[in-house]
Ligand binder design. Structure first.
Ligand code: ATP
Ligand code: MG
Length: 150
């Protein structure tokens, strides 16, 4: 099913603003008429997982900035979610997509979770013929990017 990305962003933003427990500022930069071919529920849940993490790992900052960007490329579409949260150390980055993996960082990390969200995103992106990548700077923030192939 072809899903215009801009269709699913407003309900996602609403949902996560309501449950965040602190102000979340969303910046959305998505060209009109960009659509991905995906299962609607899974597409919604994949982006939902990334936004959920962006809020959960925002640390003790009193607010959370999340930027959602999308762009068309020659071989597909890429959608990224960037936060200004606690970031992920270089040592942990290779493991974060593993089933049940959570970064072991003691008191910084008294946030509930199973370590399944990113495993689901990676698995589901590969089932859609795509992939997911991550870039992070500890203490500064993280960007996850979904790559959909044409
Ligand atoms: P679940 O998603 O199952 O509720 P979870 O959030 O712990 O639990 P994942 O979403 O798979 O699991 O993320 C794995 C780990 O990667 C997290 O526990 C966290 O340590 C780290 N992580 C994920 N996203 C971010 C992010 N945006 N900023 C900082 N750390 C992150
Ligand atoms: Mg998660």
């Amino acid at each position: 099913e072809s899903i215009p990305i801009t269709d699913i962003i407003p309900p996602l933003i609403e949902q996560h603003k309501l449950k965040a427990g602190k102000p979340v500022n969303f910046t959305v930069n998505i060209p009109n008429n960009i659509a991905v071919f995906a299962d609607r529920t899974h597409f919604y849940n994949m982006l939902g997982n990334l936004i959920d993490n962006a809020v959960k790992y925002s640390g003790d900052k009193p607010y959370c900035n999340i930027s959602i960007q999308a762009e068309t490329q020659t071989n597909g579409i890429r959608i990224s979610v960037t936060d200004n949260g606690i970031g992920i150390s270089e040592a942990s980055l290779p493991h974060i997509f593993d089933k049940f993996y959570r970064v072991p960082s003691g008191n910084l990390h008294n946030v509930k979770g199973f370590g399944l969200g990113l495993y689901y995103v990676k698995d589901m992106m590969s089932k859609h013929g795509g992939s997911v990548s991550v870039k992070s700077q500890p203490g500064k923030g993280t960007t996850f990017t979904l790559h959909f192939k044409n």
